[in-house]
Design a protein around this ligand. Structure first.
Ligand code: MRU
Length: 414
């Protein structure tokens, strides 16, 4: 298995995702400047992987600091965190990880009764330990997302009769309108309400999701961008149910949107699924409507960089279009993410900062110039899908459904 991030003992070793799928190369990151650059250039990418990498960046940025006074060392920790925070603005996991590192530094300092030199050494040690535990935790979290997501998908295919629909060979019965209606009356939310999701939305302790027996036919999914193992430490978020399902004999077929302009879908999602032996079909972004209309998709599942308190979801540019199409064709639209991606401090999605990237990614992204000189470009890297298009949000603690203002808070224990 390819590892996105590993700690070598002296450096963070990152898989260079800019080179995929043709080259499997790794880079060793030994200071915070190299880490900033790796995050910015998408050497490491995907919200959870960005968070964990930034945590290592903090340690790397302070490990050689020789400040005599704790106050100066403390200033350096904050400086490095502030610097890394400027690498990419949308994935809240970056800020979540940096806050966590700052907290570790502060708490260790407050416990101190030793010399300033000893305290500094202790903080450095704790910062590394924290980054290493984030690395460890991410795998566990994604596995749990996979478990909940698999149960949801299996329930979807077993509990819902698949019938011929609008131009479809098969589709999930129950239109998107019906689902919205059921949500708005506040009793039932989403396409199917599982016992575990009922518990989640009512703040009851979550019961472990029980996987249903594998469906005979492969479950057919569409995903956008890459929210797989390579966007995290392992398993991924949107692709976690696929990998978790493989372990219990559930087959999948994944349609991967190519994902212009940087092609994370065809370069990375298709690559990692092929490596895992999962059947994958790459389509250009503008083919999703056709594929859906042909009844080839049972559910859409994507990751996210930030979820606002009302359930609006920021994800790779193009996601909102896929969600609109899914609604049109009555296909469930699922979002999978760790709790660290949920930002309750932002009431709605329009407050999420959206990264704008270099126009060259559009004009010269395919190895040659594909647009005339002297024209304007607009390259927002993310869009925000309104919560009413989201069937459910799958987290490590269970599944949230509308009304998200309440269910997300309960999942977060607030
Ligand atoms: O620009 P990227 O490649 O970092 O964008 C990644 C995505 O949009 C992912 O879907 C998101 O970060 C979730 S990753 C589990």
């Amino acid at each position: 298995m390819l590892h996105t991030i590993t700690w070598t003992g002296h450096a963070a070793r990152l898989l260079d995702q800019t080179k995929l799928p043709m080259e499997t190369a790794f880079v060793e990151i030994t200071d915070e400047k190299l880490m900033w650059d790796a995050i910015k250039r998408l050497v490491v990418r995907g919200a959870p992987a960005i968070g964990v990498s930034a945590a290592f960046g903090v340690f790397l940025g302070v490990r050689d600091d020789a400040s005599e006074y704790l106050e100066d060392f403390d200033r350096r920790v904050n400086e490095v965190c502030d610097y890394l925070a400027t690498s990419r603005p949308t994935a809240v996991n970056l800020f979540w990880a940096l806050d966590r590192m700052k907290r570790v530094s502060k708490e260790t300092r407050q416990q101190g009764s030793r010399s300033e030199e000893q305290m500094t050494a202790k903080i450095k040690q704790r910062l590394l330990a924290e980054a290493l535990s984030m690395l460890e935790e991410d795998t566990q979290i994604c596995r749990e997302i996979g478990r909940h997501g698999l149960a949801l998908l299996q329930e979807m295919v077993s509990g819902k009769k698949l019938t011929a629909g609008k131009g479809s060979e098969f589709r999930v019965q129950g239109s998107a309108e019906e689902a919205t209606e059921r949500r708005s009356d506040g009793t039932t939310q989403g396409h199917t309400e599982t016992e575990s999701s009922k518990r989640a939305t009512r703040n009851l302790p979550l019961e472990p999701s029980t996987a249903h027996s594998p469906s005979a036919a492969p479950i057919s999914l569409l995903t956008h961008c890459n929210a797989g193992a390579l966007a995290t430490v392992a398993y991924g978020t949107a692709l976690a149910p696929v990998y978790f399902g493989l372990e219990s004999g559930q087959a999948f077929h994944v349609f991967a949107d190519e994902t212009r302009p940087l092609l994370q879908g065809s370069r990375i999602t298709a690559y990692e699924l092929r490596e895992a032996g999962v059947p994958v079909t790459v389509i250009c972004d503008n083919m999703a409507a056709t594929v859906m209309s042909q009844g080839k998709i049972q559910a859409v599942i994507v990751g996210t960089d930030r979820v606002a308190a009302n359930g609006d979801v920021a994800n790779k540019i193009g996601t909102m279009g896929v969600a609109i199409l899914a609604k049109h064709f009555g296909i469930p639209f699922f979002v999978a993410c760790p709790l660290s991606t949920i930002d309750l401090s932002l009431a709605t999605g329009d407050l999420i900062p959206i990264e704008e990237r270099d126009s060259k990614e559009i004009s010269n992204g395919l190895g040659r110039q594909t647009a005339p000189d002297s024209v304007d470009f607009y390259n927002p890297a993310f869009d925000v899908t309104p919560n009413e298009l989201v069937t459910a949000i799958i987290t490590e603690r269970g599944v949230a459904r509308a009304p998200y203002g309440e269910s997300l808070k309960r999942l977060m224990g607030k």
